[in-house]
Design a protein. Structure first.
Length: 550
């Protein structure tokens, strides 16, 4: 026979057994109160939080299985909404523009440490000048041998790649080696590039992700991308139905270290292998805003149509009684119709209806767009502009609300995001493309190197060090801001190189052109302007004459 055991506390008092639904000796409702949740973000009983129960997933689980739908919606939004399309265009025009120019800057200090060879600033200048000149010939080739499809310049390929990165969340560039092109036409290099639609990067036969295969990216135990599985044609390219179901495994690098694939995207989480576009956080807002535009436009178009009707002071039954029978009323109405048809009253080419005695015309009016339309749309567009990282004025193209102070402030904030975006894209796409070409140029012995210089692969990072010049930042006030730049240079707070780069210029080209213009003034015996050093030109090295003592 079992005995019941009674538990006591330190004072010898029996401890009351907790009920199954009272884990801590008190009702669950009492536990799930404000004191139970240290953070309100964990609350689940409020109206705001009750149905908000997102899952915890890995970054690849969040992205890869839903990527196609998100990308398709983003593209549709940009295709069919003018504001969204304009926002993407503003970013492209500010980050890439018509040309993204190379400014080579090999790290001669690092090269000197690596090899002990005589690398100095003079060599770096000569190397950069030669590399930039040859890159210009290659990237702007009239025959487009830099492009596998021979359609785009390198700058156009970079613009297309950044557009994919913004809308699709990533860009994919495959590097090709085509020695058969060398010597044909103006082709001087076997290196060429191909911008590939990221849709083609996928698991073979659309299989589910595995430990080492994530959305078409093959990774090793450390998460290092080893190879990329790329469809031979887009999955919905009906004219290449067979190729669309064939995948090519392209290794990231060849055995000799030559870069084959450049895959660039912004990482939002550690362990992420595919990217998402800039519209994803506000895609639902942007879609609803576009729909709202359509509804208001339809209502405004309907309101603009003049709807009219004729009113009569007579009751139909009274008119019929006055005339007599129903046939007489019809006869009277037909006489009125014939009269108006045969003798229409016209005013400036517009027909004026003739009315019977006592009749008048009334119109249907509608107030659209409603009074809050402008402010509501402006607020919504601000949300979209914030996600894109550009000032709202660049999305709306409405500058009427801005003065100099807030316009300059918003442009400076937008410039920070733009520069970060350009630097990220340069590091992820533009510089690797330049490095692929630079290796071939160096192996062809086209660039100056001192004795004992290491091979390209031994110091690729130092050789390929560079920056990229995009479109000019511009000035809100073209008088105050250049004056500020001059003051900063005089105070050694900035350099001519930095100030010129912000305006999309190469400082050495500026000085070279300045020298040409000054010499042209002197050749024509024209007085130098102030920027040409007119004060210095009138100076002499003789000391000023001292006044004579009285």
């Amino acid at each position: 026979m079992s005995k019941e055991i009674t538990l006591v506390d330190a004072g010898g008092n029996p401890i009351r057994r907790a009920r199954a639904d009272y884990p801590n000796g008190m009702p669950l409702r009492s536990q799930v109160g404000a004191s139970f949740f240290p953070y309100q973000a964990a609350e689940w009983q409020t109206q705001e939080m009750g149905a908000w129960l997102p899952w915890i997933r890995s970054p690849d689980a969040e992205i890869t299985q839903f990527r196609d739908r998100m990308v398709a919606r983003s593209r549709d939004q940009v295709r069919n909404d003018g504001r969204s399309s304009g926002g993407i265009t503003r970013i492209l025009d500010s980050a890439i523009g018509a040309s993204l120019r190379l400014s080579a800057a090999p790290d001669y200090r690092a090269l000197r440490l690596i090899s002990g060879a005589k690398f100095d600033i003079q060599w770096a200048k000569e190397f950069a000048s030669a590399a930039e000149a040859r890159w210009r010939m290659f990237s702007n080739d009239l025959n487009r041998y830099n492009d596998v499809s021979r359609q785009l310049t390198v700058s156009q390929q970079l613009r297309l790649a950044l557009r994919h990165k913004l809308i699709d969340g990533e860009n994919l560039v495959v590097n090709y080696w085509k020695p058969e092109r060398v010597g044909r036409g103006a082709a001087q290099y076997a290196t060429c590039f191909l911008v590939v639609d990221p849709d083609r990067l996928s698991n073979p036969m659309q299989m589910l992700d595995t430990k080492h295969l994530r959305g078409g990216v093959e990774v090793d135990e450390d998460g290092v991308p080893l190879a990329y599985h790329i469809r031979r044609a887009h999955q919905n390219d009906w004219y290449n139905a067979v190729e669309s179901m064939e995948w090519e495994r392209v290794e990231r690098e060849d055995e000799d270290g030559w870069r084959r694939v450049i895959h660039d995207y912004d990482r939002d989480r550690a362990g992420q292998n595919r990217g998402i576009g800039v519209f994803i956080p506000v895609l639902a807002h942007a879609k609803m805003l576009a729909r709202y535009y359509g509804i208001e436009l339809q209502a405004a178009a309907l309101a603009a149509t003049i709807g009219t009707y004729v009113t009569s002071p007579y009751d139909p039954s009274e008119v019929q009684d006055a005339i007599g029978s129903d046939q007489e009323l019809k006869f009277y109405q037909s006489l009125r119709k014939d009269w108006n048809d045969e003798r229409p009253a016209m005013f400036n080419g517009v027909r004026v209806p003739a009315l019977a005695p006592g009749e008048e015309i009334k119109s249907v009016a509608s107030d659209h767009p409603h009074n809050g339309f402008t402010e509501f749309v402006h607020e919504m567009q601000g949300c979209v502009a914030s996600a894109l990282g550009v000032p709202i004025e660049q999305v709306t193209q409405d500058w009427s609300r801005s003065n100099y102070s807030n316009m300059r402030g918003s442009m400076l904030e937008g410039w920070k995001t733009l520069i970060r975006r350009r630097l990220d894209f340069s590091a992820g796409t533009a510089t690797p493309m330049y490095a692929v070409w630079l290796r071939e140029s160096m192996e062809n012995d086209e660039l100056p190197l001192p004795n004992g210089a290491p091979d390209f692969l031994e110091a690729a990072t130092a050789y390929a060090a560079c920056s990229w010049l995009g479109p000019a930042r511009g000035w809100v006030d073209p008088v105050k801001e250049p004056q500020g730049s001059i003051l900063k240079m005089d105070a050694a707070l900035t350099t001519l190189k930095q100030e010129a780069a912000e305006q999309g210029l190469d400082w050495e080209e500026v000085l070279d052109q300045r020298q040409i213009e000054i010499e042209a003034f002197k050749k024509r015996d024209m007085q130098l302007p102030e920027w040409g050093g007119s004060e210095m030109a009138t100076r002499t090295d003789e000391p000023p004459e001292q006044p004579k003592a009285a």
